[in-house]
Write a protein that binds this ligand. Structure first.
Ligand SMILES: Cc1ncc(COP(=O)(O)O)c(C=O)c1O
Length: 451
């Protein structure tokens, strides 16, 4: 007899991941039937035409096939060849061999230097783990923190469903805290306290708070004071912090800047708060989602717990080596004066400028439609507008009808969580600029008819 659904555990069956849920499955079916689909459901930049940075691909090509250095030396600038040689010698055995469980030390040292330059704080390369995208790092830390079914993790609502899905899979409790839509999706101490108090009253042992900054799906960017407030909240209640900082390069408003949790933790001298920070090659201006590169860095974690993290990571041996090389490329771009610097800077600027332009186009366009209201997209790669629905209709019905009628594939707000009585959808800002206009026009017409 083959395996049956009833053989599977409840946790597996209960796990949901809306970003690739039933609406996307329907989109794939429609595409097969010959319909044009505009995939706005997932932050996968290169699937929507964004080009990889030349520097990254040169390094990856050279590391994957070092013979190119002799066979086609003229095809690569000397700094790319030199850098690839340095990465390869750091790996010792090339990209086809396992590395140590934390990842190649040479690359971790480069990550440590990147954090030092960004935050001006000391960094221990052995507190850095290279991972297959940020997702694997988040899963490792949630695995570490959830010990029994009454253990809870505070997660923003709306959230990125990696968190809800993984907490369900590991049979913990998700403790929602609401972001304030009317206040640019910011978070406030009273809202955090209320959520924690309710969880405690329900018998939940809250272990940690997750924060996504810049926010997915909200696009909000936290300032230093907000981050300090969250750290002080965690300190007051003995919580660890998971800081998901994969969109740290995606900041669009003049005057806003990315501030890391690690930096503020250092400034506050909060030595009794454990922090896990995550970064990725998938977002920013690189968009290398398929390469699966990323890292996490921890602070204020005692040695015996750190040994357990190393043990967990060693069960899957190590992160993929191409992803590790891409992480090196991310943290060590060509410096001014190097032959590849000008091209790198131009490509980087062009991508970030385009994203910024699309963020404005999308938010302004959506706000012109009666019944749709969208906050300013300050960061990340998404809009999460609220929508007024006819009585009896859900945001799932809305997203499905939008797909069937226009070919636009978005994710219903319920997949990310939303305040009771509200409805939303999430769309990326990633389609090419001319398609964004098409999306806005088609959405406007659809929405008017749907109401
Ligand atoms: C907030 C957030 N964290 C983590 C990830 C995972 O990224 P990756 O595993 O590709 O690094 C994503 C992807 O969309 C995300 O939006």
């Amino acid at each position: 007899m083959t395996i049956r659904l009833s053989d599977l555990g409840k946790a597996v069956l209960d796990t949901e991941y809306a970003v690739r849920g039933p609406i996307v499955a329907r989109a794939a079916e429609l595409e097969k039937q010959g319909h044009e689909i505009i995939y706005c459901n997932i932050g996968n930049p290169q699937s929507l035409g964004q080009k990889a940075l030349t520097w990254n691909r040169q390094l990856l090509a050279l590391c994957e096939y070092p013979e190119l250095m002799e066979r086609a030396p003229g095809a690569f600038p000397p700094d790319a060849i030199e850098t690839a040689k340095a990465i390869l010698s750091g790996t010792k055995h090339g990209l086809g061999a396992y590395s140590e469980s934390r990842g190649v030390r040479y690359i971790r040292e480069a990550v440590a230097e990147f954090i030092l330059e960004r935050d001006h704080i000391g960094v221990d390369p052995d507190a850095i783990f290279l991972t297959d995208g940020a997702s694997k790092g988040v899963q490792t830390i949630l695995r570490l923190l959830i010990g029994k079914p009454s253990d809870g993790i505070m997660v923003p609502i709306p959230q990125y469903p990696l968190y809800s899905a993984t907490i369900t899979l590991y049979e913990g409790r998700m403790v929602p805290y609401f972001l304030d839509e009317a206040n640019g999706w910011k978070l406030s101490r009273p809202m955090l306290e209320a959520s924690l108090a309710q969880a405690k009253a329900e018998g939940t042992a809250v272990k940690a708070i997750c924060v996504i900054n810049p926010g997915n799906p909200t696009g909000a960017v936290l300032d230093e004071a907000n981050i300090a407030m969250i750290i002080e909240f965690a300190q007051a209640h003995g919580l660890s912090i998971l800081a998901d900082e994969v969109y740290q390069e995606n900041i669009y408003l003049a005057g806003d800047e990315f501030t890391s949790f690690a930096k503020v933790l250092h400034q506050l001298e909060a030595k009794d708060v454990s922090l896990f920070s995550f970064h990725s090659c998938s977002k920013g201006f690189l968009g290398e989602c398929g390469v699966r590169g990323g890292y996490f860095e921890y602070r204020n974690v005692p040695d015996d717990v750190a040994a357990q993290i190393l043990k967990l990571q060693s069960v899957s041996l190590c992160a993929n080596l191409a992803g590790q090389a891409a992480t090196y490329a991310m943290v060590r771009p060509p410096k001014p004066g190097m032959p590849s610097h000008a091209q790198y800077a131009t490509e980087r600027r062009a991508i970030l400028d385009t994203l910024k332009q699309r963020a404005v186009l999308l938010a302004e366009g959506l706000n012109r439609v009666e019944g749709i209201s969208c906050n300013v997209i300050a960061g990340a790669m998404y809009a999460f507008p609220s929508i007024v629905l006819p009585p009896g209709r859900t945001d799932f019905d809305y997203a499905l009808a939008l797909l069937e009628q226009t070919g636009i594939c978005v994710v219903p707000g319920s997949g990310f969580g939303q305040a009771a009585g509200t409805a939303h959808f999430r769309t990326t800002i990633l389609p090419p600029t001319e398609k964004i206009q098409k999306v806005v026009d088609a959405l406007g017409e659809f929405h008017r008819n749907y109401r």
